[in-house]
Design a protein around this ligand. Structure first.
Ligand code: RIB
Ligand code: CA
Length: 310
């Protein structure tokens, strides 16, 4: 049953394939009201991420959702993208029509601060990309933790190997300094890392079932998955970002632990490694997803988007 009043949320994205599916899920879930999308350099450069985000929103009929472009690179290090994984255009090579929608003039960190103040502590954020925008917003407004209700972060690999190096998950690895600023802050963060996101997957068999269906969500997932199944020739790929949307809308989809988080910002091969700190003095504590109800997520994802996955 739809809730009386959906929660206002900002998505922070580097639209990419799984970001696009997360945007679709967030726009369709009755528990959430997407009041804006901020973009950042990550899977692709910021300009491409912004264009992809506008096109996905338009394709889904959500053209009144404002898009605020953000940081064009990490705080310190050069930007390294993931086009090999997401395809040259970041959407698996799928060409979406351009969006006529307007762009907000505000820069992403300012947009986040303004929206957080306006929603007086009721605003949630779902961060699905390197944390550069959120780190800058924290530096611009140190009181930001008082104005945000919950921040779900797709990031980290706490009990499993990384996906971009054996130690690091991509969003953290691209901008470890930004991730360290967020992890050390008093923001109410829920980290949803590879420990759980690699367990929710979209398979080649499910893709075959979606192809040929003509509603927007089916055409989107079928189109943007082409690069994975035809070029990369994988049997499945992880739905990292959509799980974070589900974890905010239906928190019981994941099992949560509590710990402080450290991020390796060194110059060695372990850069971007995320570790849990427990016990006396381990502050500030955040929530960490270490378990996931795969079946429950799959039903939520497929029923919300009208896809034959379960
Ligand atoms: O490691 C997975 C994360 O990195 C996802 O957010 C994916 O979109 C990429 O940004
Ligand atoms: Ca992403």
């Amino acid at each position: 049953m739809a809730p009386d009043n959906p929660r206002p949320v900002i998505l922070d994205v580097d639209t990419g394939v799984d970001d696009a599916l997360a945007i679709a899920l967030a726009c369709r879930l009755p528990e959430l009201e997407v009041i804006g999308v901020t973009t950042v350099a990550g899977n692709v450069d910021q300009r491409q991420a912004t264009e992809n985000t506008r096109r996905v929103l338009h394709f889904l009929g959500a053209i009144d959702v404002p898009v605020a472009p953000g940081m064009t690179g990490p705080l310190v290090r050069p930007h390294q993208d993931a086009r090999a994984y997401h395809g040259p255009n970041g959407l698996g090579g799928f060409e979406l029509p351009p969006s006529p929608g307007r762009m907000v003039g505000a820069h992403a960190p300012e947009f986040i601060i303004q929206a957080a103040r306006e929603h007086q502590g009721e605003l949630d954020m779902i961060c699905l990309a390197p944390l550069t925008n959120l780190a800058v917003a924290l530096r611009l407004e140190p009181e930001l933790p008082r104005f945000l209700h919950r921040v779900v972060v797709m990031g980290g690999a706490f009990t499993v190997p990384g996906n971009i190096t054996p130690y690091a998950e991509f969003n953290i690895w691209v901008d470890p300094e930004a991730a360290a600023i967020v992890a050390r802050s008093e923001l109410p963060v829920t980290f949803v890392g590879l420990d759980v996101t690699t367990r929710v997957r979209f398979t080649r068999e499910q893709w075959e079932r979606c192809r040929g269906l003509d509603h927007a969500e089916a055409r989107l997932i079928a189109g943007i998955s082409t690069w994975a199944f035809e070029h990369r020739q994988v049997d499945s790929y992880a739905l990292h970002d959509p799980l974070c949307v589900a974890a905010l809308a239906v928190p019981s989809v994941v099992g949560l632990d509590q710990a402080a988080v450290t991020v390796d910002t060194g110059l060695w091969n372990t850069v971007g490694e995320t570790r849990l700190l427990r016990g006396d003095g381990a502050r500030p504590e955040h929530l960490i997803a270490l378990d996931v109800d795969v079946e429950r997520f799959t039903v939520l994802f497929s029923e919300t988007l009208g896809l034959p996955l379960a």
